[in-house]
Ligand binder design. Sequence first.
Ligand code: KIV
Ligand code: NA
Length: 266
Amino acid sequence: TRRVTVRDIAAAKQRGEAWPMLTAYDALTASAFDEAGIPVLLVGDSAANCHLGYDTTVPVTLDEMVMLTAAVVRGTKRSLVVADLPFGTYQEGPVQALRSATRMVKETGAGAVKLEGGERSADSIRLLTESGIAVMAHIGLTPQSVGAFGGYPVQGRGEEAAAQLLRDAKAVQDAGAFAVVLELVPAELAAEVTRVLHIPTVGIGAGAACDAQVLVWTDMAGMTGGRVPRFVKQYADVRRVLSDAAKAYAEDVVGGAYPAEEHSFH
Ligand code: KIV
Ligand code: NA
């Protein structure tokens, strides 16, 4: 077995093959997805919300992302591991972006990094790719900008916003990104971006025409609890399974059914 590479990803678009991406934040979950054949795993800064208990992605640090990414790399054999650069670790410009991305790939073995922003991040994407680091871009709704957006509104609605999204998509492609996430974008616009670009689009809340799809694993598997966004399809009820297991264990301990003879040493 060898790892999936950015060349495999490029070839998939040539063949018109759709592929799935999932987030992962720890070694065991990542190994399950690796075994399931998920070709690309994203150590998203959604780890802030979905793994570390923060309300937004803004507080998660590079130290935390490095630790989680290293775990996901250790847990996988075949998946290409993409690591998010968190808020505040690249916004100062290309030099800061290169310093953060270099640390990420050196200390974790990640195959690529991801950062948010189209035209505004193009210079950073260019320096990283010229320096030999594979970059996945992320445009449309960029959650690190939650303060400036005042929430998580659908992006690219209206002629002007759609034209800007197209410019952002071309800018990250021209800068050398190997793929681009389109988050919360009208399906028709995502389809147009997908047609126009030669690099793959990875949709989340961006309709069916994208070259690939990504979901946050805790949403997809029913671990999140509470409301999940409308674009999520829930494939399992992992939170219920875990909670039921915990309750059954507690009942056994309280009632004396566990440990039984076969669990004991003499
Ligand atoms: O952090 C994340 O999980 C992401 C995906 C939703 C694309 O950036
Ligand atoms: Na992210």
